[in-house]
Write a protein that binds this ligand. Structure first.
Ligand code: AMP
Length: 141
């Protein structure tokens, strides 16, 4: 499949679609997942147009992981999550639904199951507050 410049994350990168950003630099963007699988579910994406891990240069992959680690530390502290799951899906067969590569940072608690994938829209006020808490922690990382 060729990279679709009009996928929702490409629009977020270009500022054509809204997002609750927690981090932005020259090469990377991190923002709240609007249909979170748990409280504080955050996404990290490279700005380069790659559909999945196989399209990403080794350098972009390394940068994506470096930023994911930093954002995950901030999410863990901000959301006070004892566990953090980091996931990344490649291809519809693996469950990928947005075809611009992204890392999922998903807080986990003992005994609390994940919500269904990309199903239920979150309260935007809650996402806004969580993004502010994560940004504040990122400033300390
Ligand atoms: P995947 O299935 O791994 O491709 O994950 C795509 C993720 O993007 C899902 O968790 C969706 O909830 C999330 N998502 C879809 N549209 C948006 C959006 N406009 N802003 C933030 N997250 C989104």
């Amino acid at each position: 499949m060729a990279y679709d410049n009009n996928n929702i994350f490409a629009k977020i990168i270009r500022g054509e679609a809204p997002s609750f950003k927690v981090h932005e630099d020259e090469r990377t963007l991190a923002f709240m997942d609007v249909m979170p699988q748990s409280e504080g579910h955050t996404l990290v994406i490279p700005k380069s147009p790659a559909e999945n891990m196989f399209d990403l240069s080794a350098d972009d992959a390394a940068n994506l992981m470096r930023v994911t680690q930093k954002v995950a530390v901030a999410v863990k502290r901000a959301i006070k999550a004892p566990g953090i799951m980091i996931a990344q899906l490649n291809g519809p067969e693996a469950g990928q639904t947005v075809f611009h590569i992204h890392m999922h940072i998903i807080p986990r608690w003992h005994g609390i199951d994940l919500k269904l994938h990309a199903r239920e829209m979150a309260d935007f006020e809650v996402l806004k507050k969580q993004a502010e808490l994560i940004k504040a922690e990122l400033a300390r990382v």
